[in-house]
Design a protein around this ligand. Structure first.
Ligand code: HEM
Length: 203
């Protein structure tokens, strides 16, 4: 699939919010529900986690040799996760914390879900900052280990969503099941890889 078409698909959630904002301005009507701030925080959070899980699933696709499209698409997906997580954080800071950073620090010190979300965001930032080819070349094996932390990020976000869910836990339970399935696949792949590398000595 051409890069531009793939980028356009990843931009759909952002364009949807943009379109609703434009319609709200033109028709002087609220298209963001009773609590627009919370609607944006939730929407961007959900977009980030959906892209995160698609990125994790991508790692399990069989890669045809010499096909560079899969790594390129995975990078675009990973950067989309970071993009939507940043919009999620920015909407939280603007609409829920009222741009008062003390409020964020207070939440960070007192609410476990904000600690987990912030930790996940910190690791996402590291992955996004090292996603360019030169970083991969310079970091060598460290880059591989760093980018495997995507499973840790997903785990942190699943708990973040569990603690954020107020009454309806179905989304959180669905994410937990998907996470455990992907983690299981990842671990079995790593185990098979390590087994094929172990030399077998016969007596
Ligand atoms: C600095 C980091 C983060 C902060 C401050 C933050 C803050 C929040 C807040 C305030 C909520 C609303 C629920 C509540 O108040 O209890 C929420 C929910 C959520 N967040 Fe985050 N978050 C962060 C990081 C992340 C990251 C990195 C992701 C995904 C990659 C994410 C995905 C979600 C999702 C999916 C929800 C649940 C939406 C729903 O109710 O369905 N968050 N977050």
């Amino acid at each position: 699939m051409p890069t531009f078409a793939f980028l356009s698909i990843c931009a759909v959630p952002f364009l949807w919010v943009f379109l609703r904002a434009i319609c709200s301005l033109i028709f002087d009507k609220n298209y963001f529900g009773a609590d627009p701030g919370m609607e944006l925080v939730t929407f961007f959070g959900q977009a980030a986690i959906v892209f995160l899980f698609i990125t994790l699933s991508f790692s399990h696709l069989r890669r045809p040799s010499k096909n560079l499209a899969v790594p390129r698409m995975r990078r675009i997906l990973g950067l989309s996760v970071f993009f939507y997580a940043t919009l999620h954080l920015v909407s939280y800071l603007i609409f829920l914390a009222g741009l008062e950073f003390e409020k964020y620090y207070h939440d960070l010190l007192t609410k476990q879900r904000i600690i987990l979300g912030s930790l996940a965001y910190f690791f996402l930032f590291l992955l996004a900052a090292t996603s360019i080819d030169s970083a991969a070349r310079n970091l060598g094996r460290a880059w591989v280990y760093l980018h495997r932390s995507v499973y840790l990020i997903a785990g942190l976000v699943v708990f973040h969503v569990f603690l954020s869910a107020k009454e309806n836990f179905s989304f959180a339970v669905f994410l937990l099941c998907a996470y455990l399935a992907l983690l299981g696949l990842g671990l079995s792949k790593a185990w098979r890889r390590s087994k094929s590398r172990t030399p077998i000595f016969k007596a």
